[in-house]
Design a protein around this ligand. Sequence first.
Ligand code: PLP
Length: 401
Amino acid sequence: MISALMPNYNRADLAFERGEGAWLYTVDGRRFLDFGSGIATSSVGHNNPHLVQAITQQAQRVMHVSNLYRVPQAEKLAERLVANSFADSAFFCNSGAEANEGMIKMIRRAQAKSGHPERTRIICFNGAFHGRTLATLSATGNAKYLDGFGPRVEGFDHVPLNNMNAVRDAIGAETAGIMIEPVQGESGIHVADPRFMRELRAACDEYGLFLGVDEVQCGMGRTGRLFAYEWSDITPDILSTAKGIAGGFPMGAVLTTETIAKHMTPGSHGTTFGGSPLACAAANAVLDIILAPGFLEGVQARAAQLDAGFDRLIATYPNVFTAHRGLGLLIGLKCRPDVALVQNAATGEGMLCVTAGDNVLRLLPPLTVTEADCTAALSMLGRAAARVQAHLAATNAETVA
Ligand SMILES: Cc1ncc(COP(=O)(O)O)c(C=O)c1O
């Protein structure tokens, strides 16, 4: 099929016309259990009545006014995010990459404006994913994504995750800060050790660096806390988030302390669509749900249910699954055969999953996923694993890991 769409995505031949909770329905009437959530984005499920109503009502009033004027919905959202985090203020934008661009700029500017213009470099981690703009690609550092796009943006140094000696060796006179995903998503669900996070905090304090956390994927309730940094009992200096923040409406945010924010004077940074009444109405509706008493405990309960199920799956199908890891509902199932085989088998059973690096099947259900949905997911994964096992036996295929 020749499409007028640019060929930069590898799309499955599935087209959805509607969704309900954790379920998606194709134009030809099939239904799928959505354990990908549009890559951790449909955080409160499909067709969530509270979110749909908030967007509808706001669209009927006013969608966009620009940042030339006050936006009460943005003020309210910022106040709520500040009240529920380490931060003193918020900047709103439209995507994860844009939030990370903002974070990088803010770290550099705060250093420059507080007497250290030489401090421009940021320490990042092998396996990181920070986005597809030129600077965030350079922060990502993955040669595959940089191929053909010319020189890298200068100023990013990469070291192994969870290796404090490497971090300390990389700190120099030009280092401005450290940028880390508390849970690496794209590279295969690698969790930063809480002790490592605390040591990073200590090193930043010792050398006058800013600690930036990229919570684009792991933030906004995904790990069972509002933000993943909370699991390691540290406070960052700056945080980026996006994806699930507005439940599928495009939005990103940077949260930071007054120490950094005071340098972002009028005109220093901006974006046309950022923090529009419509986006902020959506994000406020998502926050109503995520901050409701007991909601995050519910996310943790679903995660525990799935974890127990994965232990059983690994024991039953050791030729297919070898380990599971993650935090909350940001889950990686390490596969023995090619993960694409397992993903296809799951799709065949009616379940959508995403892949990640390190031959990992990535499971990111909506945070509103029910106990029955999780039971169904475990059955489907079991049947998918049985299929893969039978296929491997039939073809005597080589295993990957
Ligand atoms: C940790 C992390 N940072 C940044 C991004 C980039 O976000 P976006 O695709 O919204 O630009 C992603 C996207 O997958 C991500 O997982």
